[in-house]
Write a protein of this length. Structure first.
Length: 592
C-alpha cells in the first residue's frame, strides 16, 4: 500500500497504463539577425494556433464538466497573453538570436523553476499550467506531437509523473478508470477537472514507491483516502470490490433523488435548475431532475467559428432546448462576450482591463444588428416552450430600457412577418455588478426577475480576478461585503414581488444552503453534476434553523467567522438528524 493524496473521490480497479513524461529533444538552434522577423512571425502563428486549440478544448469539455469548471483553460489563454511570459521569450530571441522554440523552452524552464521553489502548493500547481501551455506552443513550433497511444481495447488506470488539464481533457472516459500521478496537488487544474468528471484520482506518490509502477500492474486506487495498492492480494482485491459496490450504491441512491422534490425537512420547496452551454448537456439535465434551465450561456454558439451565427441557426438551437424542457423554464442569457471570452471575427479593442471594459450588454447595445438578430431568435423559440430572456452585466436603468427598446423592435418585426412568438415573454437581469446590487430596488421596477451571478459579483466586489494566480486566494464568496450585497438584492426583489435566483458557483456549494434559505431564496441554478448533491443536502436542511442562524451570520466581521458559523450550523444539523434517527429507531424497537 502506498499513501498519497486523494484528489478526486471514488474507487478504481484495473491495470496500469504508464505514460512517460513529455520531453522535447531538439538542438539549441541559433538564427541570423536577418531572419529575426520571420522567427517572430513563427512565434505569433504558434501562439494563435495554440489559442485556437485551447478555445476548442474549452468548448468541448464544457459539456462534460460544466462551463464554470471549463474556465480552467482561461488560465492557459492568459499565459499566452501574459506580457511577462511573452516578453521573456521575445527578449531571448532578440538578444541571444535563439530560435523561437529554444526561447520558449528556456522561458518555460525559468518560470517553472521559480514556481517550484515556492512553499505555496497552490503556486506550485500553477507550474504545470505553464508546462502545458509551453508544450502546446512547442508542438506548433516544431510541427510534431509526442503523445502516447492510449489503450482502446480495454479499460486502464492512467499513471504519469504529472498530468495536465489538456491531457485529461483528451481521455476517453469510457476507458479511463482512474488516474495516479507522482506529482501535483489538490488545487491543480487536473485535480479540479477530475473531480468534475467523477474520475478517481490519487496524486503525490513521488518518493513513496519502492519501485516504479509498470504498465500492466494491477492497481486499486481510493481517491477519497489517497491510497494506492499495487498487485495486492486476492483478499484485498475482494475487500475493495465490496467498497466499490458500496460507493456505486451511494451514487445510485443519489440518482434515486432525481425525481423527488427538493424539499426541506420543514416543507420549504427549492427549485434546482441547470446551467448549460449547449444542447448536448440536456441529457444530464433531464436525468438529474433539474426543474429547468436557469442559465443558457449563448456565447458558445458564437465561438469556434469564423462568422456570426445566423438567426435561423440560433433559433433552431434555442427551440431544441425549449421543446426538450417542455413546461419547465428556460432562461436564455443574451451574448456575454468580452473580458475572458473574445471572438476573433468581431473587432474588439485592445484593453488594459477587459473585465471592466467593452463587454456583454455594452457590446450588444452598441451592435444593434447583432443584438436584434439574437433577440429575434429567442422570441421565435419562445413559441415552443417556457422561454425567458436575461441581460448580462447590467449596471444601470438606462441599459435595461435600451435593451427592451430593441426587444420591442424585434417583436414588431416578427409581428409584421406573421412569425409566432410569446408576446409576454419575461425579461430579467443578471445581478453581477455591484452597481446593480446597489440599485436593485430601482431595477426591480423594470424587470420580471433577478438572477444573481455570484462569480462576477464576488470578483467585482472584492476587486479580485480569480484567474490571476497571484491573488486568486483572495477570491472569497463568503466575505461579509458579498453577503451584505446579496441580502440587499434579495430584499429589494422581495419588496417588489419579483423572483430572485442564484446561478453562480455558490448555488452549487452546500455550505451556502442555510444562507439561501435564511434569505428566502428558493431558486438555484448550477451545473447539472451538482444538482443531486445539493438536493440531498436540502432534504436534510430546515428553514427554521437557517433563519435562526441569520443574525449571527450577518454579525460576522470576517470570512473566517462566516465559515465558522456555517460549519457549526452544518455540524449541529447533522447531530440533530443523527439523534432524531436514533430516537425513531428506538421507538420502532420498543413497539416491536
Amino acid at each position: 500500500m502506498v499513501e498519497g493524496i486523494g484528489a478526486s473521490s471514488g474507487i478504481a480497479m484495473g491495470k496500469a497504463f504508464v505514460i512517460p513524461a513529455l520531453e522535447w529533444d531538439f538542438p539549441e538552434k541559433m538564427i541570423d539577425v536577418a531572419d529575426l522577423a520571420v522567427e517572430f512571425e513563427r512565434l505569433y502563428e504558434g501562439i494563435q494556433c495554440s489559442k485556437t486549440e485551447i478555445e476548442h478544448i474549452k468548448h468541448e469539455i464544457a459539456g462534460l464538466i460544466g462551463e464554470e469548471e471549463s474556465t480552467i483553460f482561461d488560465a492557459h489563454l492568459a499565459i499566452l497573453e501574459d506580457p511577462v511570459f511573452m516578453n521573456e521569450v521575445q527578449s531571448i530571441m532578440q538578444r541571444q538570436y535563439k530560435a523561437a522554440e529554444v526561447a520558449v523552452r528556456e522561458t518555460i524552464d525559468k518560470f517553472v523553476g521559480m514556481f517550484d521553489l515556492l512553499d505555496d502548493q497552490y503556486m506550485k500547481d500553477r507550474a504545470l499550467d505553464i508546462k502545458d501551455v509551453g508544450n502546446r506552443l512547442l508542438k506548433h513550433l516544431l510541427g510534431k506531437l509526442e503523445s502516447p497511444m492510449l489503450p482502446i481495447d480495454e479499460p486502464y488506470i492512467l499513471v504519469a509523473k504529472e498530468l495536465s488539464p489538456s491531457q485529461l481533457a483528451h481521455l476517453d472516459l469510457s476507458s479511463a478508470l482512474g488516474v495516479v500521478t507522482m506529482l501535483g496537488g489538490k488545487t491543480s487544474h487536473a485535480a479540479i477537472m477530475a473531480r468534475a468528471l467523477g474520475i478517481p484520482y490519487v496524486l503525490g506518490l513521488e518518493g513513496k514507491l519502492q519501485k516504479p509502477i509498470q504498465t500492466g500492474d494491477y492497481l486499486i486506487i481510493d481517491g477519497e483516502e489517497g491510497i494506492v495498492h499495487i498487485n495486492s492480494s486476492e483478499e484485498r482485491t475482494e475487500e475493495y470490490m465490496v467498497r466499490k459496490r458500496e460507493w456505486a450504491s451511494m451514487r445510485e441512491q443519489l440518482q434515486e433523488l432525481a425525481h423527488l422534490p427538493a424539499q426541506t425537512e420543514d416543507g420549504v420547496m427549492m427549485h434546482l435548475a441547470a446551467n448549460i452551454s449547449s444542447v448536448k448537456e440536456l441529457d444530464l439535465v433531464v436525468k438529474n431532475g433539474a426543474t429547468g434551465v436557469g442559465l443558457f450561456r449563448t456565447e458558445f454558439l458564437y465561438m469556434d467559428r469564423d462568422s456570426l451565427p445566423k438567426e435561423d441557426e440560433q433559433f433552431e438551437v434555442y427551440k431544441q432546448v425549449a421543446e426538450r424542457m417542455g413546461n419547465k423554464q428556460v432562461i436564455i442569457r443574451t451574448l456575454d462576450i468580452g473580458g475572458d471570452k473574445n471572438l476573433h471575427y468581431i473587432s474588439l479593442p485592445e484593453e488594459e482591463n477587459p473585465f471592466l471594459g467593452y463587454r456583454a450588454i455594452r457590446i450588444s447595445l452598441d451592435r444593434e444588428d447583432l443584438f436584434k438578430t439574437q433577440l429575434r431568435a429567442i422570441l421565435r423559440a419562445s413559441h415552443y416552450g417556457n422561454v425567458k430572456i436575461m441581460y448580462p452585466m447590467i449596471s444601470s436603468i438606462s441599459e435595461v430600457r435600451a435593451a427592451n427598446s430593441i426587444l420591442e423592435k424585434a417583436k414588431s418585426e416578427l409581428t409584421e412577418e406573421n412569425i409566432p412568438f410569446k408576446n409576454n415573454l419575461e425579461v430579467g437581469v443578471m445581478i453581477e455588478v455591484p452597481a446593480a446590487a446597489l440599485i436593485a430596488d430601482l431595477l426591480a421596477d423594470e424587470v420580471q426577475f433577478f438572477s444573481i451571478g455570484t462569480n462576477d459579483l464576488v470578483q467585482y466586489v472584492l476587486a479580485v480576478d480569480r484567474m490571476n494566480e497571484a491573488i486568486a486566494h483572495m477570491y472569497d464568496p463568503y466575505h461579509p461585503a458579498v453577503l451584505r450585497l446579496l441580502k440587499l438584492t434579495v430584499e429589494a426583489a422581495h419588496r417588489q414581488g419579483i423572483p430572485v435566483s442564484v446561478c453562480g458557483e455558490m448555488a452549487g456549494d452546500i455550505r451556502a444552503l442555510p444562507l439561501w434559505l435564511g434569505l428566502g431564496i428558493t431558486d438555484l441554478s448550477m451545473s447539472a453534476q451538482s444538482i443531486l448533491k445539493v438536493k440531498n443536502s436540502i432534504l436534510q436542511s430546515s428553514l427554521k434553523s437557517s433563519v435562526l442562524m441569520m443574525d449571527q451570520l450577518f454579525s460576522c466581521k470576517t470570512s473566517e467567522a462566516v465559515a465558522g458559523v456555517l460549519n457549526k450550523h452544518m455540524q449541529k444539523d447533522m447531530l440533530s438528524r443523527t439523534l432524531a434517527k436514533k430516537e425513531r429507531q428506538s421507538t420502532q424497537d420498543s413497539l416491536q
